[in-house]
Design a protein around this ligand. Structure first.
Ligand SMILES: [Zn+2]
Ligand SMILES: [Zn+2]
Ligand SMILES: [Zn+2]
Length: 407
């Protein structure tokens, strides 16, 4: 980046334009600030919205708030900003993830170089040049872009801007996931903002419990469906195999973004090939039979006919969403609501948050807690198993890898 053209006072010229009510394309989508030196464009092709670098009433700046909530990571500066239309990227490898990017100033003062933390800074990628890597600083500091890169709007500009709360930011970001062109005014429309009933600590009876939880599970299911169905991948490379049951198996890497989509055996995926001169278009649904150590997915296809096994590149993969686990939750809750004898009195009242006397289950505890063929349990796993065996109902929680599934 070269600062030759920098003229900090230029910025004042834009103050007067602001607030006259005409919406310009590059106005911050949260607060309306439109000073070109203070806004950046989110560079994700499906988004390309503009945001400013002011915090307003929130703890991070508007642009950082947006990037975090929308899981977007690339930005582009405004053409009329001091640095001109520039996509921020690593000078060495071209990485555009602004959360990894930092800068080093040159000894000549008017030039800085952008460098990513991983891998370029850590492998000392610029060591042969005249840059002092120990001077590297991240571009985002305290949830704000550095002000020399994207200016913070003046106090006057901020006062004239729309005052948006963190709660409204959450809502508009949620709405953008289904309607990218939604505006803040759309939040006022009926239906958009209908809040479900809040959960309670105590419930009158199982009907009331179901009344509160059924809509929440419905919301969760809708969200899960939307997330999973939006995770299609193109340009997937496949290698083929045949299982012992003579079914076709496709192996491929299906990258998961931010862990939202963790595949497990049993999940269904659709594998597609759009066809070429020698192959007609083809698609088949299959289910995941395993995930290899190399993060490859093994998909057993339902139909073995017409599979283009001599093709390896250019496949697409979609997630086939299944409602099974949500249907089970709804049906269990319905049984709970209509049939008082579906669970013991203790569990019934306990789930509803009523005061119930602690019950111990009399059980002869086993001598050893391990299971054949599985690793020995550690002390806290043994404690968990022991306590579960002695109580009518237990809730076990723990971070990934602590043994909830296997133990
Ligand atoms: Zn975006
Ligand atoms: Zn803003
Ligand atoms: Zn890099």
């Amino acid at each position: 980046l070269n600062f030759e053209e920098t003229a900090g006072d230029e910025v004042d010229g834009f103050v007067d334009q602001f607030g006259k009510g005409d919406f310009t394309e590059h106005a911050c989508r949260y607060c309306g600030v439109q000073n070109p030196a203070c806004v950046v464009r989110c560079n994700v092709p499906s988004c390309r919205k503009w945001f400013c670098n002011s915090r307003g009433n929130t703890s991070g700046s508007h642009i950082v708030n947006h990037l975090v909530r929308a899981k977007h990571k690339e930005v582009c500066l405004h053409k009329d900003s001091p640095l001109g239309e520039t996509i921020l990227e690593c000078y060495n490898c071209g990485c555009r993830n602004v959360f990894l990017l930092g800068f080093i100033s040159a000894k000549t003062e008017s030039v800085v170089v952008l460098l990513c933390r991983e891998p370029c800074l850590s492998v000392n990628a610029l060591k042969d040049m005249n840059w002092d890597l120990s001077q590297w600083c991240p571009l985002i500091d305290d949830r704000c872009f550095l002000p020399w890169l994207v200016k913070v709007p003046s106090e006057q500009e901020q006062l004239r801007a729309r005052q948006i709360s963190a709660q409204h930011i959450n809502k508009i970001e949620e709405l953008w996931k289904t309607n990218p062109d939604a505006s803040l005014e759309d939040l006022e429309k009926p239906g958009v903002d209908d809040e479900p009933q809040p959960v309670a600590l105590k419930y009158e009876d199982a009907y009331q419990y179901q009344n509160v939880f059924a809509p929440l599970i419905k919301l969760e299911a809708d969200y899960d469906k939307m997330m999973k169905e939006s995770q299609s991948k193109d340009n997937v490379t496949v290698r083929w195999d045949i299982g012992l049951n003579k079914k076709r198996i496709a192996y491929f890497v299906f990258p998961k973004e931010d862990n939202e989509l963790r595949l497990v055996p049993g999940d269904e995926l659709r594998l597609r090939y759009s066809g070429d001169a020698a192959h007609p278009a083809w698609q088949s649904v299959g289910h995941v039979i395993k995930l290899t150590a190399q993060e490859e997915v093994a998909l057993e296809l339902r139909a073995s006919q017409g599979v283009p096994v001599d093709v390896n590149h250019g496949f697409s993969v979609d997630f086939v969403w299944k409602s099974t686990s949500f249907d089970r939750m709804q049906s269990a809750m319905k049984t709970f609501a209509v049939d008082e004898t579906s669970v013991s009195g203790y569990i019934y009242h306990h789930l509803l948050g009523h005061e119930v006397e602690m019950q111990m289950v009399r059980n002869t505890l086993p001598r050893r807690f391990g299971a054949p063929g599985l690793p020995e349990l550690n002390a806290s796993q043994v404690f968990a198993v022991k306590s579960v065996l002695q109580k009518p109902i237990s809730l076990i929680q723990g971070p990934p890898g602590t043994g909830k599934t296997v133990t």
